[in-house]
Design a protein around this ligand. Structure first.
Ligand code: PLP
Length: 427
């Protein structure tokens, strides 16, 4: 399947039914699986044989969908998680634990920022944040002897900055560590980070991959390119025997192609249990079947709305890398040649009061904390997610009080623009 183009993989990847088998992926709604002998079962527990034994670790429905996402990203192994938060936590914690250090772009999703800077800090993992457009010197200066990985987002939520993946990958590799890229907003239809040197890709499948606001989920994909054994001193979890798995050394037994995901499943999924339900994986697969068709439309609508807003006298500034004046326009041309996504953010001249009036009068765009959905939605961080902050704190966080984040859905772009125009008239 991975030899096909992304459009074909979206529709048919991950699952090839045999003669007389279901055309659609079966929902294997079973917690457990039957074996004839204890010996058969024992082999599974020793990771000596492939097979299912308990759905907390692996389930066939989830694996079909993981295989599709793996093929879409051009990876060698993948797993689903119950949320994007779980995907990022697992991807990071699989190689960085107490006493270790992470280098991360400062322009990332708020939930991931909290995960790294608060929760993982409590677990003894320290992080140095760097601006996504920092110089190579600044980036290299962030590394320490105990640095275990570099993290960034292809298109950051909500700042909409675009990561220079090659620059970050080079710095990571020069320091003997992998680059982990959260590819949620771009999706593999827009950008395949492995082609630019990223080693691990994560997703909140809750966003465009599901695309219909139906199921929360996440995914982790391994490129199979990072040579753990060449940096064995940095990655003892992958390169020395795991006592909790009868002394298996993942990098030896499963190679570059399989070690990361096998360890992540066998240890982290076993112990933390952030597993998706087969039903949720089925909904995700329905979304993936049309991802390539939907992304083109999200991009078209995002571009049209961004251009309209940029030309409107009541709008102060528009952040969208598809606009020629945007600071990330050139980077986007390289990494996102087919368009970025449907999310546009902008500031109104009247600040927060203007944003409130504007949003109140929108008829199509509902006020939601969600993004990347078939239905257009919007959010004013100052009156919702960042409500507790003072005016000074807004400025420091790079979230101006008048900022509106609009996620353009799949409706007619003319209707969306007319709705925005009438709401702007009300200010
Ligand atoms: C939403 C989001 C997450 C978190 O995903 P959940 O599925 O909500 O847990 C992580 N990264 C990015 C870029 C996101 O947009």
């Amino acid at each position: 399947m991975s030899n096909y183009r992304p459009e074909t993989i979206c529709v048919q990847g991950g699952y090839t039914p045999g003669n007389g088998e279901p055309r659609q992926i079966p929902i294997v709604q079973s917690t457990t699986f039957k074996y004839a002998t204890s010996e058969d079962m024992g082999k599974l527990f020793d990771l000596e044989a492939n097979g299912y034994f308990y759905s907390r670790l692996q389930n066939p429905t989830c694996d079909y969908v993981a295989a599709k996402i793996c093929a879409l990203e051009g990876g060698t192994a993948a797993m689903l998680t119950s949320s994007g938060q779980a995907a990022n936590f697992f991807a990071l914690f699989n190689i960085a634990s107490c006493g270790d250090h992470i280098v991360a772009s400062s322009s990332i999703y708020g939930g991931t920022f909290n995960l790294i800077s608060v929760t993982m800090a409590k677990m003894g993992v320290e992080t140095t944040f760097v601006a996504p457009d920092c110089s190579e010197e600044e980036l290299n200066a962030a590394f320490r002897p105990n640095t275990k990985c570099v993290f960034g987002e292809t298109i950051a939520n909500p700042a909409l900055t675009v990561l220079d993946i090659e620059k970050f990958a080079k710095a990571a590799h020069d320091h003997g560590v992998p680059l982990i890229v959260d590819n949620t907003f771009a999706t593999p239809v827009g950008c395949r980070p492995f082609e630019w040197g990223a080693d691990i890709v994560t997703h909140s499948t809750t966003k465009y991959m599901d695309g219909h606001g139906a199921a929360v989920g996440g995914a982790i994909v391994d490129s199979g390119k990072f040579d753990w054994m060449a940096h064995a001193d940095k990655f003892p979890g992958l390169c020395t025997p795991d006592d909790s798995y009868h002394g298996i050394t993942y990098a030896e037994k499963f190679g570059k192609e399989g070690a990361f995901i096998t360890k992540c499943t066998a240890q982290l999924m076993r112990d933390f249990g952030s597993t998706p339900s087969p039903q949720s994986a089925f909904y995700l697969n329905l979304g993936l079947e049309s991802l390539h068709v939907r992304m083109a439309r999200h991009c078209e609508n995002g571009q049209a709305v961004a251009e309209f807003l940029a030309s409107h006298p009541k709008v102060e500034i528009v952040h969208y890398c598809g606009l020629p004046g945007d600071p990330y326009h050139e980077v986007a041309k390289k990494y996102l040649p087919n368009g970025s996504c449907g999310v546009v953010s902008f500031e109104l001249k009247g600040g927060r009061p203007a944003a409130e009036v504007f949003m109140k009068h929108l008829k199509l765009a509902a006020i939601e904390t969600h993004v990347a959905d078939a239905r257009t939605c919007c959010l004013n961080p100052a009156t919702s997610t960042h409500r507790q902050m003072t005016e000074e704190q807004f400025k420091a966080a790079g979230v101006p009080a008048g900022l509106v984040r609009m996620s353009c859905g799949l409706e007619s772009k003319e209707d969306l623009i007319e709705d925005i125009a009438q709401a702007l008239e009300e200010i």
